[in-house]
Design a protein around this ligand. Structure first.
Ligand code: V47
Ligand code: SF4
Length: 380
């Protein structure tokens, strides 16, 4: 779409600030934090959708990526107690939680022997007895069993705790885990960076500076990573922009982020159940603004186990070009927080159909976005 067509279709907002933002987007210019806030405050859903879709199609055309992956959640026992978390159990109540041995986790990996999965995503609670050395051994065992499986694992929340317990610096700890087989970091644990919000929802875990430093080190060691933002609870629009701005700045310096993943707050069975969930309109506006603001992030992901399949399809018209993977019912984080997806699993066929129904082109990727198979023509 050209700027002239966009203006004809959507340009009667009679708002000079929004007009200037549209001009910048069409001219490939970066929008400022103040303009980001104006988008949240004033821009309509169709206006945002059209603009974000323009950016998405310029970057990726109709291509929509997915991968074949599974999760391992080593434990839901956690020394922290984030108010939004429906999943963790304190160590004092450890009999209510789960804790897998290294053998049990290796058995999960072995279940996929002979299957064309490309990634294992390892993330869980922060268990006081599961140490850096325990996880390094686990990584070595996984890589020895299946060298081709890309291991994306551990958030800075888990990493910071294990490094401190092992009395290693963040850099030493990251080097140690990389040597053991860790290849990428997932995006979790970021929540909202602003301290006044962090203090209220997850006071005791790694702060924004720690989260960003660990990702910076990962990038400096040649690893890639993702970034998330937990939105739609007690934060305000300027907190979301501050969060995205910090990520955008780090990305300018390192270029190590692959994907930004806005995570919608779900309110079942947690200490924030009184906080209403965002509407689907606000969710789509969030995705579109993320696509416009995060101009140096190549990919924008909607995580379907959290949003549900229909809403994930809708995001593909609001800037999103990735819908994560087959998952195979291997994560409990969202089913326990009230997602419609109680047993998240999709076959490759179902994922391909879901993308096709949204009139996009399904492409299977690996963790680093190398194309594995283009399904636009293939019969599945
Ligand atoms: O950091 C926890 C979030 C995250 C709730 O990198 C909640 O590819 C909503 O980061 N409502 C962990 N969100 C999951 C995560 C992730 C997921 C998928 C892919 C990738 C990736 C990363 O889950 C936590 C937290 O922000 N979370 N509880 C809740 N009630
Ligand atoms: Fe623990 Fe993570 Fe849940 Fe916080 S979100 S309580 S760190 S498992």
């Amino acid at each position: 779409m050209t700027q002239a067509v966009f203006e004809q279709l959507y340009g009667n907002q009679s708002d000079k600030q929004l007009e200037r933002i549209a001009e910048k987007v069409f001219g490939g210019e970066r929008i400022s934090p103040e303009e980001g806030i104006q988008l949240f405050e004033k821009a309509s859903l169709p206006w945002l959708g059209a603009l974000a879709n323009h950016v998405r199609e310029q970057k990726h055309g109709d291509t929509t990526y997915f991968n074949r992956n599974f999760h391992i959640e080593p434990t839901n026992i956690c020394v922290f107690s984030c108010d939004f978390c429906s999943y963790s159990r304190l160590y004092a109540h450890k009999e209510e939680g789960w804790e897998l041995t290294a053998e049990q986790m290796l058995d999960i990996v072995k279940k996929y022997d002979g299957q064309p999965v490309t990634e294992v995503h390892i993330v869980g609670g922060v268990h006081p007895k599961l140490t850096l050395h325990f996880f390094a051994d686990l990584l070595k065992k996984i890589k020895a069993h299946r060298p081709d499986l890309h291991v994306k694992g551990f958030t800075p929340v888990e990493l910071d705790y294990m490094f401190r317990k092992a009395k290693m610096s963040r850099r030493e700890g990251m080097e140690f885990l990389k040597e053991a087989g860790l290849q990428s970091l997932p995006g979790g644990g970021a929540e909202i960076f602003a301290p006044e919000i962090r203090e209220q929802i997850c006071a005791d875990k790694v702060d924004a500076e720690g989260w960003l430093e660990i990702h910076r080190i990962a990038h400096e060691l040649g690893m890639h990573s993702n970034a998330t933002m937990l939105y739609g609870h007690i934060e305000r629009f300027h907190h979301r922009i501050d969060h995205m701005e910090r990520l955008r700045q780090l990305q300018d310096q390192t270029g190590g982020f692959n994907t930004f993943i806005p995570l919608k707050f779900r309110n079942k069975d947690n200490a924030m159940s009184h906080v209403p969930e965002s509407t689907i309109v606000e969710d789509m506006r969030m995705y579109a603004i993320a696509r416009l603001y995060m101009d140096n992030f190549p990919h924008l992901k909607a995580y379907w186990p959290m949003l549900g399949r229909n809403n994930a399809q809708l995001t593909l018209s609001f800037g999103v070009n990735d819908i994560d993977g087959t998952i195979d019912d291997s994560t409990k984080i969202y089913s326990m927080a009230g997602s419609e997806e109680q047993t998240p699993t999709m076959t490759t066929n179902e994922l391909v159909q879901l993308i096709r129904q949204a009139r996009r082109k399904p492409v299977e990727r690996d963790t680093l976005y190398n194309v594995i198979q283009d399904y636009s023509e293939a019969a599945v």
